[in-house]
Ligand binder design. Structure first.
Ligand SMILES: Nc1ncnc2c1ncn2[C@@H]1O[C@H](COP(=O)(O)OP(=O)(O)OP(=O)(O)O)[C@@H](O)[C@H]1O
Length: 302
């Protein structure tokens, strides 16, 4: 069953079109990444889904409900973590959680919530004394209090150190494993690639790439990189070189394993060593860079 449906969503601020008619679906229990540069329209989309904003055009449904009309029902089954948390700085972590628990029917116990988000040792710490990453964890803790069926996470790991980030990824994965549907926005492409089963990339209010994470990346050119041996020019190589960065030659190829085999065979016949050889399938970062490069070329053509 579809947990989140967005169909032709448009949202403007005055004359400025922040979201220009986007559509996507998220099935139940999936992690969906909404990606894009600053100002692409991600937060606006999340705010409409959470019922904070009303669409100008198009429809959105969360668990089959209209978040603007059925706000109370949608709120009861969703959790949201926005970019800017509004905490009371003089309350402790425990007091903050307790204050929020009062607003939630059948809330998760405080100790369980703090344990889940790695804040167990910080229960007595005042919010003003928390680090940026710890504040994000507290935000996540509050979003999880209602055991939501749908979770909106707007840049959930910003400011977290690598260990805290990995811990949060585990929490997110576990929640999805238990059936929670998660819509995630992030600027950490590795995070999106690791967590999400499907994604959409937005640019200036429009979706410019959309699909299953594995399928989308598999359809992109992979990458073979190596140090160009001395006295070898890029045009001598048996596969086309996409770019040369310093002495590193980069070849983008639909089948990077095959390209590497061709290259190694060629080098072997000539007794050449290919130092620093790196062969990999496409990453989300490659996809982003390709989209940006495509845009630059379009501008040149126009
Ligand atoms: N209340 C508002 N009034 C006017 N313009 C707004 C308002 N909120 C957002 N915008 C503009 O709409 C555009 C989309 O903003 P939005 O916050 O949705 O982007 P985003 O993709 O979440 O960006 P970021 O990655 O920086 O968080 C931006 O250009 C922003 O300046």
């Amino acid at each position: 069953m579809t947990a989140i449906q967005v169909d032709g969503l448009t949202k403007s601020y005055g004359d400025f079109v922040a979201v220009g008619g986007i559509s996507f679906d998220v099935p139940r229990g999936e992690i969906f990444a909404l990606l894009g540069r600053n100002g692409a329209g991600k937060t606006t989309t999340v705010e409409v889904l959470a019922g904070f904003q009303v669409p100008d055009e198009g429809t959105v449904r969360v668990l089959g409900l209209d978040p603007a009309r059925d706000r109370a029902k949608v709120r009861a089954s969703t959790g949201i973590m926005l970019q800017e948390a509004g905490f009371f700085p003089d309350l402790t972590v425990a007091q903050t959680v307790d204050a929020w628990r009062d607003f939630v029917a059948a809330p998760r116990p405080r100790a369980e919530t703090l344990e889940l988000t790695g804040l167990g040792a910080k229960a007595g710490t005042k919010v003003r004394q928390l680090s940026g990453g710890e504040k994000r964890r507290l935000d996540l803790a509050l979003a999880l209090l209602s055991r939501p069926d749908v979770l909106f996470l707007d840049e959930p790991t910003t400011g977290m150190d690598p260990e805290a980030r990995k811990h949060t990824w585990e929490v997110i994965r576990d929640l999805a494993g238990q059936g929670t549907t998660i819509l995630l926005t992030t600027h950490y492409l590795e995070e999106a690639q690791r967590l999400a089963t499907s994604m959409a990339i937005m640019d200036r209010g429009l979706i410019v790439a959309h699909g299953g994470m594995a399928e989308t990346l598999a359809s992109q050119a992979g990458r073979v990189a190596f140090e160009l041996p001395t006295a070898v020019a890029p045009e001598d190589l048996p596969i086309p070189v996409t770019s040369v960065e310093g002495r590193t030659a980069v070849c983008r190829a639909a089948d990077p394993d095959l390209a590497a085999q061709t290259l190694l065979g060629w080098a072997g016949e000539r007794g050449l060593r290919l130092r620093g050889l790196e062969v990999r399938t496409a990453t989300l970062e490659d996809l982003f860079l390709d989209l940006a490069a495509g845009e630059k070329n379009d501008k040149k053509v126009a």
